[in-house]
Design a protein around this ligand. Structure first.
Ligand SMILES: C[S@@+](CC[C@H](N)C(=O)[O-])C[C@H]1O[C@@H](n2cnc3c(N)ncnc32)[C@H](O)[C@@H]1O
Length: 221
């Protein structure tokens, strides 16, 4: 695993910029290429993650129903989610250019998609508690401060938003369930925690993942 402090050092060494304020992300240019999405020159999403996104989509749709997804990116997980029998797919996205892609996706999706523009931190209070059957969280750090906490900062919110028996999954950047990770989930209210290891094949120049497997968590309220 590449730890967050190493990642911050890499970002600075590469002369790349991460905003001081979360709001700068909103109108930043998003560059879409064959293989990836970049914002501020950072690899926000890369296509080698597709098998992992498929696994997360399988997990989050296990109960069907109403699915919340945080972060649209290249829409890979969103497309896999739509292959399952669900009632509604609510997607929160904070970058304006990515949001345009999300709106196009919503228009041709098989199951109802409700796009919400904004940072999850600002919009989740408008969503009802105990209302989702599944939540897939795949955001990225949008400021330097967030590099450390972004994967964990949503846990308590996920617990509130899920129905009893609802399933939470997210991009982990882990290969096992470490005690500190479990503790953070426990603190949010989750105790039914397991996961599967998904095989992936990141290219050698990938700056954020370099293992042949990655943990797909199954976290049940
Ligand atoms: C890793 S990508 C998501 C990849 C997606 N799962 C896929 O399969 O293509 C992360 C996305 O989250 C968005 N994002 C970052 N911070 C966010 C926040 N606080 N709230 C909502 N969206 C956010 C980014 O703009 C980006 O589009």
């Amino acid at each position: 695993m590449i730890d967050p402090q190493t990642r911050i050092s890499q970002i600075k060494a590469a002369g790349k910029y991460l905003p001081k304020h979360i709001g700068e992300w909103r109108n930043a240019q998003a560059t879409f290429t064959e293989e990836k999405l970049e914002i501020f020159g950072h690899p926000v999403m890369e296509k080698w993650e597709a098998p992992y996104m498929k696994e997360l989509a399988n997990i989050v749709t296990f109960n069907g129903g109403k699915i919340l997804e945080v972060g649209f990116g290249l829409g890979i997980s969103a497309r896999y989610i739509q292959e399952h029998e669900i009632e509604e797919h609510i997607i929160i996205e904070a970058n304006a250019e990515v949001f345009v892609k999300l709106e196009e996706f919503a228009q041709q999706a098989k199951h109802k998609v409700t796009p919400i523009f904004g940072f999850w931190q600002d919009v989740v209070d408008s969503l009802p508690n105990d209302s989702f059957d599944g939540i897939l969280f795949d955001s990225v750090a949008t400021t330097e401060d967030e590099v450390i906490v972004y994967r964990y900062s949503f846990f308590e919110q996920a617990y509130l938003l899920l129905k009893k028996g609802g399933i939470f999954t997210h991009y982990t950047g882990e290969i096992d369930i470490k005690p500190d990770y479990r503790q953070l989930l426990n603190k949010a209210g989750f105790f039914n925690i397991s996961g599967t290891l998904c095989s992936v094949n990141p290219p050698k120049d990938c700056v954020y993942w370099n293992e042949p497997v990655i943990l797909a968590p199954i976290i049940i309220k």
